[in-house]
Design a binder for this molecule. Structure first.
Ligand code: AMP
Length: 360
């Protein structure tokens, strides 16, 4: 793999054209790169800001190959890109981050095992492949517990809580009777996340942790830097980011979602090997946003400064929340970001706002 930095004017490809791809493409353009986007949906949010959009199914090997051949480096904006697509991209171009970051985070059992092997705690868990194994897992882990599909879960989808033994069969049916993981319930006081980047040279820089509030499985707000953080918790979060970034041999931004327990202990919930919704506050709270940071890493450039100049509260605009755009755009205390999605649907992320304040 070449470690020479990509020069301005080089082409960076993004697999996936949602809002994350759109914000990455914009950040890439600001650094002087051409950005090509590959997504099955021609009208996807990133296609309309990219230098070139490639619209083809993920399994169209010829199209993926043609796209990758035009790119000096290829990255991705979501972790469920099919492994075969990624394999083509890594053969034809430089894939950053590499396939390892995807392989270790696409499957919740593989991911949690990797985290534990890196010396970091998670909730207790057990793989489940049928109803008998689910009963055994409940006996081992206890209740309440949450049953999740091993793969392709996002925003709380593919999950069912089991609070009593009578819920077991319903939960198994609810997740579609597919390979799953049973997790013990974390008794957390709050949810935090650390968004960090690892450069091509192995340097890791982390943004201050954010405190996250979810509703119906979807992120509602991130407050950053998270209030009431002890030096010990911050130091542990950095250790976790270092161990995970290094263990994945990652290049680019990644996020680690954490549960903070009453004792101050941090458990890792999951890893996103990409830019993350809980890092959107960095667009307005830091000189170098997570999107610029990712494109810097992919290009083999030095990482930017991850220190904040302001505190921020990021609020997602979900579904019809975005209908308030006119009032939000008139509020001088608000930085409005809209994703240009053609259709508003309940539960769909349409944009977000950042409200800035002084650093504590
Ligand atoms: P996930 O898709 O794993 O990020 O889960 C979505 C949300 O469900 C998390 O942000 C938590 O609020 C909650 N959750 C997931 N897993 C657990 C768990 N093992 N214990 C407690 N809450 C959980």
């Amino acid at each position: 793999m070449s470690h020479a930095p990509l020069e301005p004017g080089s082409t960076i490809g993004i697999l996936g054209g949602g809002q994350l791809g759109r914000m990455l493409a914009t950040a890439g353009a600001e650094l002087g790169f051409d950005v090509h986007v590959f997504d099955p949906e021609p009208e996807c949010p990133a296609a309309r800001v990219a230098t070139r959009a490639w619209a083809a199914p993920w399994n169209d090997a010829g199209a993926v190959e043609g796209f990758a051949a035009r790119c000096d480096a290829v990255t991705f904006e979501f972790e469920n890109v099919p492994v075969e697509t990624v394999a083509i991209a890594s053969r034809v171009s430089q894939l950053r981050p590499g396939a390892r970051s995807l392989e270790l985070t696409q499957d919740r059992v593989v991911e949690k095992s990797f985290i534990n092997e890196a010396g970091i705690n998670t909730v207790p868990f057990a793989p489940v492949s049928d109803l008998t194994e689910l009963h055994e897992a409940v006996a081992m882990i206890g209740l309440p517990a949450v049953l999740k599909t091993r793969r392709f879960g996002y925003d709380g989808k593919g999950q069912a809580w089991i609070r009593a033994h009578t819920d077991i069969e319903t939960a198994w049916k609810a997740i579609g009777e597919q390979p799953a993981i049973l997790e013990g319930a974390a008794r957390f006081v709050r949810e935090l996340s650390v968004v960090a980047a690892r450069g091509l040279d192995g340097t890791v820089k982390a943004y201050p942790m954010g405190e996250n509030v979810h509703g119906d499985g979807i992120l509602k707000t991130t407050t950053a830097p998270a209030p009431r953080l002890t030096g010990q918790t911050q130091a542990r979060a950095l250790e976790i980011a270092d161990a995970i970034g290094g263990g994945l041999d990652h290049v680019g931004v990644f996020a680690v979602e954490l549960f903070e327990l009453e004792t101050g202990e941090l458990l890792v919930n999951e890893i996103a090997p990409r830019v993350h919704n809980t890092g959107h506050w960095t667009q307005d709270g830091c000189a170098c946003s997570q999107f610029e940071q990712h494109m810097r890493a992919v290009a083999g450039w030095p990482l930017g400064d991850a220190a904040p100049h302001s505190s921020a509260v990021m609020t997602n605009l979900i579904g019809h929340d975005a209908d308030d755009w006119a009032a939000l755009s008139a509020d001088p205390g608000v930085r409005l970001h809209l994703y240009g999605k053609r259709q508003t649907r309940d539960g769909r992320k349409m944009g977000h706002v950042n409200r800035l304040g002084p650093l504590a």
